[in-house]
Write a protein that binds this ligand. Structure first.
Ligand SMILES: [Mn+2]
Length: 300
C-alpha cells in the first residue's frame, strides 16, 4: 500500500493504488475548468463511503467540480474498507473521486485526511503524506477569525454512546410492538393477580432517548472538545449535518454523501456554512434556465 502510494506523479495514467493488488484505473469523467468555481477557505466532507452502492458519487463529483478551497479536510469514512474487503465494488465514478482529490492536492490544495472507522486501515499511516494527502488521526484547524477547531471523525465516542446506540434504530414499529406486548403482559399479570406494570411507560422513556440520541451525541462531542481547550469541533460519523453551540463550544458536523449530500465550508472571513448540495444544484439549474430564457430573443 505504501509503495503504491509513493508514486507521486498523479498527472499521468500510471495510477496510484489505495489497496495492495489494485491499481487505480485512469480517470473517466474529465474535470471542467477551475475558473468560475465557488472558492472557499476550507471544505470539510466525510462519510462518502466509496466502495458501496450507497455513495452518491455523481453528486460528489458535481460538488468537487464546482468548488475549490485552500484546504480540504476528508473527515473519515471516505473509502469503505469494511465493504471492500467483502466484495470489490469500485465503479468508475468512485475512481474519479479519488483522482479528483489527488489532482486537487497537486494543484496546491492542502488535503488533510482524518480516517474514520470504516477506513481505519489508513489510521496506521497517521503523520504520513501520500501524493500530497496528509493523513492524521485528528487535526486542529485555525479559522480566518482565529478560532481553533478540533477535526475528528467522531466514532471515538461510540464506546460512550453504545448504551444508547441501539435505541437509535428503534422506530415507531418497535414502539407499537412494545405497546402490544405491554397489553399482553398486563393481561397475564392481571390473571395472576399481579399489579399493573407499565412496559409502555418504560418504552416511551427509551424511545424518547432514541429521539434525543443525535442531540446527546452532539453535546458529548462538544464537551470533549471543550476539555481539549479548543473553540469548537468538526466531525462526521452520524450522517447528520449540523451547526450548533453547547456552552460556548461550537459543534459542526459536515454530514454525509449517502443521504444528505452535504459539505461544511469556511468562507474567507471565517463564516461557516453547511452546503446542501442537491439544493445548490437545483438553484444553479434554475439560474441557468433563467439566464437562458433572458438571452432568448423576444417573441415577435
Ligand atoms: Mn463513521
Amino acid at each position: 500500500m505504501l509503495q503504491a502510494f509513493e508514486e507521486k506523479d498523479v498527472g499521468n495514467t500510471r495510477g496510484v493504488s489505495a489497496f495492495p493488488g489494485h491499481r487505480l484505473a485512469p480517470q473517466r469523467i474529465p474535470e471542467p475548468k477551475i475558473e468560475g468555481r465557488r472558492r472557499f477557505r476550507t471544505i470539510w466532507i466525510s462519510d462518502v463511503h466509496l466502495g458501496t452502492k450507497g455513495c452518491n458519487a455523481e453528486l460528489l463529483i458535481d460538488f468537487l467540480d464546482h468548488t475549490d478551497s485552500e484546504t480540504m479536510y476528508l473527515v473519515g469514512d471516505i473509502i469503505d474498507g469494511w465493504r471492500l474487503k467483502k466484495r470489490l465494488y469500485w465503479p468508475a465514478t468512485h475512481n474519479d473521486i479519488v483522482w479528483r482529490a489527488l489532482k486537487r492536492a497537486k494543484r496546491g490544495t492542502r488535503i488533510v485526511y482524518v480516517p474514520g472507522n470504516h477506513d481505519e486501515m489508513f489510521r496506521q499511516f497517521a503523520g504520513m503524506n501520500f501524493g500530497g494527502v496528509e493523513i492524521e488521526r485528528a487535526a486542529v484547524h485555525q479559522t480566518a477569525d482565529g478560532r481553533r477547531l478540533l477535526v475528528m471523525h467522531g466514532d471515538e465516542f461510540d464506546a460512550v454512546m453504545l448504551a444508547h446506540r441501539w435505541l437509535a434504530f428503534l422506530g415507531d414499529a418497535a414502539y407499537t410492538l412494545l405497546m402490544g406486548l405491554n397489553r399482553w403482559v398486563n393481561a397475564v399479570r392481571n390473571r395472576l393477580g399481579l399489579p399493573y406494570w407499565s412496559l409502555s411507560k418504560m418504552a416511551k422513556h427509551k424511545v424518547k432517548n432514541a429521539v434525543g440520541f443525535i442531540s446527546q451525541y452532539e453535546e458529548l462531542v462538544a464537551r470533549a472538545a471543550a476539555q481539549r481547550g479548543v473553540d469548537g469541533v468538526v466531525c462526521g460519523h452520524i450522517h447528520t449535518a449540523e451547526i450548533r453551540e453547547f456552552d460556548g463550544v461550537e459543534y459542526y458536523n459536515d454530514g454525509d454523501w449517502v443521504e444528505g449530500c452535504t459539505a461544511l465550508v469556511e468562507h474567507f472571513d471565517g463564516r461557516m456554512e453547511i452546503l446542501h448540495w442537491p439544493e445548490e444544484i437545483a438553484r444553479r439549474e434554475a439560474e441557468e434556465a433563467a439566464a437562458a430564457a433572458a438571452s432568448m430573443p423576444a417573441a415577435a
